[in-house]
Write a protein that binds this ligand. Sequence first.
Ligand SMILES: Cc1ncc(COP(=O)(O)O)c(C=O)c1O
Length: 443
Amino acid sequence: MQVGQRLYQQAKRLIPGATQLFGKRPELYAPDQWPPYYATALGCQVTDLDGNTYVDMSTGGIGATVLGYSDPDVTHAVIDAIQRGSMCSLNPAQEVELVQLLIDIHPWAQMARLGRMGGESMAMAIRIARARTQRDKVAFCGYHGWHDWYLAANLSVSGDDTVNDRLADYHLMAGLDPAGIPKKLAGTAIPFGYNKIDELKTIVDREGQHLAAIVMEPTRSDEPAPGFLESVRDLANRSGARLVFDEITIGWKLCLGGSHLKYGVEPDIAVFAKSTGNGHPIAAVLGNADTMQAAQNTFISSALWTEAVGPAAGIAAINKFKRVDVPKHIDRIGRAVRDGLAELATENNLPLSFSAHPALTQYRFDHPHQAAIQTLWTVRMLERGFLTAGLFCPMLSHESSHVSAFLNACEPVFFEISQAIKDQSLEQRIGGPVKHTGFTRLA
Ligand SMILES: Cc1ncc(COP(=O)(O)O)c(C=O)c1O
């Protein structure tokens, strides 16, 4: 057995669930074949523990490294912060500069608190909104991490302990149980669908005076329907709930700053993480002064929020975003990949569909055996030196030559997939199990 796969077997015995992020489980890509660990990640090239090198045409550090792996400018700033001592009894001065940079880019905001992770920063935003409004309930749309305020959405309100199907359909992966979430939180997190303003209106009509926040990504898989974000803003104003935009994944990818700037709708709070420090741990809860002042009335505090690497990475990344038009580059790369794949799919009669933004390209084979198709594609692309998944996050480090090499490698694979569908041999060809879909406990 290869070094990486052997280590992963050990991890399964030592670490419940094997990885720290669900989305990095090899089982989601190609069980027993996807490289579980990397030795180096530079630009868009990844070398695994067995010495295989791949061009990464997959999730781009789960959407966190929009500049590419080990970006020289960010890396330089991080090394400098470490060499000067990244933890101290005093505070890192860079945090003030970082907050000022964020405010300059988002003129509607006057204050920010810094964290390190996306999910924890969403929890911070909810706490601030609850403290400001002195209300408990949250209307939300989409994924926002692992914290209690959010997973409470899957607690049964009726008390019969069944997962609320409607919530699972829209927002959470199939199979996610709210185990460990206090049952008393049932009914505090209420979902609505993206672009479904009537669903939010119904919640506001029913619960408006109890709503602390309306929480959503301004966009992810779909463009907002005309007037949708404006109507959400109106409903927040009408109910007194704070509007929280989650920019953790989409932020910096569509424009300089949060995607809401592109759509011209101002939230009360916007939350950033991931690309804000090009994958180094730094997150920000940015808001208007009226909302953010409430952070003073509640206890929000952590020792490791005071280390200096995160702010140094954030400043270096944002200054680079100001110098280089990253959204333009990743849109161009994402479009080239889509156009090429769409052409190959048509040639081979494969039903392939794409999400809205080339800069965050999700694709799907609309076929009853989509998981097997996706797995076979991944396995064959690994053999050709590419990491491929159902999500492609282009990075500044991707060049046109990577795209052409990728599409050339895809050509025979798409042909094989269409043959395998015809002769019903998808699973035999994979050479291992089909990828998992949804949340499952690992054996
Ligand atoms: C929209 C959104 N919110 C929150 C999170 C959670 O962030 P983290 O994984 O850094 O805790 C993610 C992560 O994928 C995300 O995409």
